[in-house]
Design a protein around this ligand. Structure first.
Ligand code: PMV
Length: 325
């Protein structure tokens, strides 16, 4: 065991979405998913063995459910390590938290790596991906740089992410923040209600498998327009599925729709741009890195965004001994 370890992880944005669990406790998803890790908004987390469990985020002590979730995660790590030691967790997010910008993905990927290291666990990437999954499903993918697929699997052992090659693709994501505040429904609760009440959920599972196969083929062929078409249709189908829940889960806002319309218009103008959205109103626009500035400027002109940044493909999780300097 090392007295303290620090890990840095980046968010990832799914092109084929994870939406719905088949096992809530183990966080086994109903479908496989595939994402791009970004080079913006990292989470930095230090885990230090301590007298008692504690956690802070961006300088404020965590309490209630958020703290509970961290402690439950530490319990898992302790079980794996055969340790009773308590720990302090100090985390900072460079981006907004819980706003549909994948802070839980970077957060639990960083926590998994820092905690595993602090407790002396020697995990390979696959084992680390499985561990991160137990904190937040999408965190399983943030272990890797670039594109990564989370295989749904059928049990704890077989549900992990792996890197995916995409030769010749130089992708960027224009992250259009239309509302940086926390989401009104957590993805966890929204997924549960979608699985329980949306009559479209079975169709989502079927179409997701087709989307994934099409995306894999497009990535392997280095065909960004085909990647973009599949990603946009998959995101719209995810939102359609949750709109079918009772009561409906709706993350789209008028500002989101304005961005979606502008993206469609950009394509009509001959610019390769494709939208995706997660559990929040913000829109991420996939494009070639060479077109990113033009896309950013076009979205900026709408006047509906509070922040707009261009992200590229980012690194996998990195860990080092010691607290953050
Ligand atoms: O990992 P969670 O529980 O934050 O769920 C993430 C869900 C989406 O971001 C909407 C989709 C995805 O695959 O990342």
């Amino acid at each position: 065991m090392t007295p303290s370890s620090t890990a840095v992880a980046h968010p990832n944005i799914a092109l084929i979405k994870y939406w719905g669990k088949r096992d809530d406790r183990l966080i086994l998803p109903a479908t496989s998913s595939l994402s791009l890790t970004l080079d913006v908004h990292p989470t930095t987390t230090t885990v230090a063995l301590a007298e008692a469990d504690s956690a802070s985020l961006d300088g404020a002590p965590m309490t209630g459910d958020a703290l509970e979730r961290v402690v439950r995660f530490l319990d898992l790590v302790r079980e794996l390590a055969g340790s009773e030691a308590r720990a302090s967790v100090v985390s900072t997010n460079a981006g907004p938290t819980a706003a549909g910008l994948a802070s839980s993905a970077s957060g639990f990927a960083a926590l998994a790596a820092a905690a595993a290291h602090a407790y002396g666990l020697d995990l390979d990437e696959r084992a680390l991906s499985r561990l991160a999954r137990r904190g937040s499903g999408s965190a399983s993918r943030s272990i890797y740089p670039g594109f990564a697929q989370w295989h749904a699997g059928s049990d704890d052992e077989s549900s992990f992410a792996e890197p995916v090659e995409a030769p010749g693709i130089d992708a960027a994501m224009v992250v259009a923040v239309v509302d940086g505040g926390p989401k009104h429904v957590s993805s966890r609760a929204a997924m549960r209600e979608t699985v329980r009440t949306s009559p479209f959920f079975a169709a989502w599972i079927d179409s997701s498998a087709v989307d994934l196969a099409d995306l894999r083929a497009a990535l392997a062929a280095g065909d960004l327009p085909a990647v973009g078409d599949v990603a946009e249709r998959n995101a719209m189908r995810m939102h359609a599925t949750m709109l079918g829940a009772e009561p409906p889960v709706r993350y789209l806002s008028p500002a989101s729709v304005a961005v979606l319309d502008r993206v469609r218009q950009l394509r009509a103008e001959g610019v390769g741009a494709w939208a995706t959205m997660d559990a929040g109103p913000n829109v991420k626009v996939l494009t070639d890195r060479a077109d990113a500035e033009r896309v950013r400027a076009a979205v900026a002109e709408l006047g509906v965004t509070s922040s707009l940044l261009v992200a590229g493909s980012g690194p996998g999780v990195a860990v080092r001994e010691g607290a953050v300097a």
